[in-house]
Design a protein around this ligand. Structure first.
Ligand code: T3D
Length: 267
């Protein structure tokens, strides 16, 4: 079953138990204008509220994944006042990153081409990133006098260490998908013609897993960066207690004993 939703700057459809969100301003490398923010926000609210959608796949139309903020919205008229970027971050980008990060379902990002500025860091806020071999990641911010946002200054040093994070952020150099894979920034780099198929297959696979437990896993891994080992062990105890009460745990154990494939409901 496929359900199509109508938007202008993005495409969104439900295919079985996955939601597929495609950033769709290909002529402008899918950069974010205000309308795209609003539409993506609506899509994420739909995915969060709809129990029939058990995984989200995000990708871009055309040759790019996303080139970050639409800079044509930031062009200043002579004598005009400077835009308040803090307000833009607070009202649009921060809620977007938090929504992806907090979604209690797996989010797969298929980076089909260049991911620059906010586009690069939106990808990093997803749970599993696959990238086409020809894709690249650019912390483009310093080229226009800005700092990495959308969690870039948080994700990069945690994933890569200070030296690589600093190098990428200060130089704004392109990082190839292959190098991103070798550095552990992304899950996998795949041949271009394989990306869509692999990403959809992964999303379908994850959508049939015990969604409630996957949500707990996601939260536990996120919280680990602020916890000591004893704190994290306590958190694991609490989350395992919750997981142990789920229907899917019962189903997983029964299926194992009965030597059959489990049929997880997500609850
Ligand atoms: O403002 C706030 O709210 C604060 C938050 C900021 C978050 C941010 O993301 S700041 C960073 C913004 N992004 C960038 O600085 C990246 C700008 N783009 C590029 O550097 C390059 O386009 C790429 C390296 C991504 C790709 O280069 P290339 O040579 O493959 O493509 P191109 O020719 O530069 O771009 C193709 C078209 O897309 C072109 O339009 P045209 O000439 O065909 O009419 C180009 O102007 C347009 N485009 C690409 N990126 C943007 C864009 N138009 C507006 N905004 C963009 N970000």
């Amino acid at each position: 079953m496929t359900t199509e939703y109508q938007y202008e700057t993005v495409q969104f459809h439900q295919d079985k138990q996955i939601g597929v969100l495609t950033l769709n301003r290909p002529d402008l490398l899918n950069c974010f204008n205000t309308q795209m923010h609003e539409e993506v926000r609506e899509v994420l609210a739909t995915v969060s509220a709809n129990d029939q959608i058990r995984a989200l796949l995000i990708t871009g139309a055309g040759r790019a994944f996303c080139a970050g903020q639409d800079l044509s919205e930031r062009k200043r008229e002579p004598g005009g006042s400077a835009p308040d970027l803090g307000e833009s971050i607070e009202k649009r980008y921060t809620p977007l990153i938090k929504a992806l990060y907090r979604l209690e379902k797996p989010v797969i990002c298929a980076v089909n081409g260049v991911a620059a500025g906010a586009g690069a860091n939106i990808a990093l806020a997803c749970d599993i990133v696959l990238a086409a071999r020809s894709a690249c990641f650019i912390q483009a911010f310093s080229k226009i006098g800005l700092i990495p946002d959308c969690g870039g200054t948080w994700f990069l040093p945690r994933i890569l260490g200070t030296a690589r994070a600093m190098g990428l952020a200060l130089t704004a150099q392109k990082l190839s998908a292959k190098q991103a894979e070798e550095w552990g920034l992304i899950w996998r780099c795949v041949d271009d013609e394989q990306l869509a198929e692999d990403a959809v297959a992964l999303a379908h696979n994850l959508s049939c897993q015990p969604t409630y437990a996957l949500g707990l896993i996601k939260r536990a891994i996120h919280l680990s960066s602020g916890n000591t080992l004893p704190e994290q062990l306590d958190l694991e105890r609490d989350y395992q207690r919750l997981a142990g009460l789920s229907d899917d745990y019962q189903e997983g154990v029964s299926a194992f004993i009965e030597k059959r494939k489990p049929n997880f409901s997500g609850c």
